[in-house]
Design a protein around this ligand. Sequence first.
Ligand code: G16
Length: 547
Amino acid sequence: MNEEQRSILLQSSSRFPPPKGTKLSYGTAGFRADASILQSTVFRIGILAALRSLKTGGAVIGLMITASHNKVSDNGIKVADPSGGMLTQDWEPFADSIANAPDPESLVKLITDFAKKENIPLDGAKAAATVLLGRDTRPSGESLLEAANKGICCVVGAVAIDMGIVTTPELHWMVRARNKGLKATELHYFDQLSTSFRCLIDLIPEKSRDNHHPIGKLVVDCSNGVGGEKLQVLKEKLNAFLHLEIRNSGNSGILNEGVGADYVQKEKVAPQGFFGHSDVGIRCASLDGDADRFVYFTLTSNGDNKINLVDGDKILSLFALFIKQQLSILNEDVGVGVVQTAYANGASTKYLNDLGLKVVFTPTGVKYLHGKAEEYDIGIYFEANGHGTVLFSDHLLSWLDGIKNEPCSGLEKQNAAKRLLAVANLMNQAVGDALSGLLLVEAILQHMGWSVDKWNELYHDLPSRQLKVKVADRSAVVTTNAETSVEKPPGLQEAITALTAKYPQGRCFVRPSGTEDVVRVYAEAKTQEEADELADSVAKIVQQFLG
Ligand code: G16
């Protein structure tokens, strides 16, 4: 590193001292904490993003200021790699160490050593780095984005481009598109989504179109977050094909408070603004705060806020079924892989296995699922919380393209190929995306002529319960086997196993959250009462072990 670069880094970082007495760590999807202590972290991750761009020969990197499903006073930062996916895991230890460097000198030393080890040109000689910045609607977003901008700009040759308020998947999509040399504005994003959706609707066979009843309106809870404004754009573009009603768009109401996909999926109740008497039976969906996850639900007829939840597992099952149907028309053996986590309801895994699909498991976090799904010609991954997408290999896309353009294949096969190509265009290839996922669900329901209830009948969930336990130090819990087993503290797994054995069809695991300061407990059993009881007793055991 030359003197000029060194002195810029020292000077700028002295304006962003780290919070005292707090150790920050790169979690499931980057850093998250109370927004008031994050200025120095985002400044430093700005530097990291510029270094990552230099390391990858000037490829565009993305920085998204968001804490997604967390409460409005929190914020955080997610990093998009050149592929549009999450930051390579090799760089997470460096992110951790610079976030916690106590002073400018030690920060600059860490950067110098890392740049040397990684062979990153930090001498300012014709180096060029580009970082796209985006943020969600949190009030703290603007000043944190400015801090990230300062971090980027103190690397000589680096430029930051502010994309404004965007969903997390939009920013990841833009990074991917730019690095592929494609058109990458927000306008292009919406065009791609709406065109591929319309293509799927146009390809609904005439015969089944005649037999179908209109499937009615979809009401979407936007978590009082960024999704509301963006879904409005799609609503205007797709008015003729989709009857959308947008609620909790953020004009009033607090982000993620009693609303949003995380709340609906974990609490299994309707979000605010949905009512047991007027909304019963209507197809509803819920996005999370940065619109990278979604779930569906209907209100039950009890007049209260109880719901029938249609979660990420069922979204995955619907997508898998549709894709399998198209592949059977093509009559070709294509490598399809399904990726789930330990949170996947046992009934969903059984359903997918019965469809003849290979199901593999990874730890929680899109960074793990996405990587696994990339190993297949078609990789479908979803977490039960509604985070996921469908990935297509380049090889398969060119094969499908060939069939589409080959009249000898026959119309049916050509149409099946066109549908799969439209799915590949619609589904965000960089990361889970609530808006594109929602459109695929709607297109498939129209294609099948299915109501949400019919979809929900694909299989019956085993009753389950999720709880959060506040402990002194959640990092004391260390898990293994895709988070299904506890390694540390000693004795905890044996206690969980003994409790679980008391319940028929019982299954239970615990893991430290990587986005909230809690240990999560998941329990499944034959009845809801038993699932609740098992989750409660395991939560108590966790308290006993960890205080
Ligand atoms: C992030 C990750 C998801 C993960 C979720 C919860 O989502 O991208 O893969 O499921 O956190 O993680 P944890 O259980 O470790 O708290 P989001 O939507 O909050 O960015």
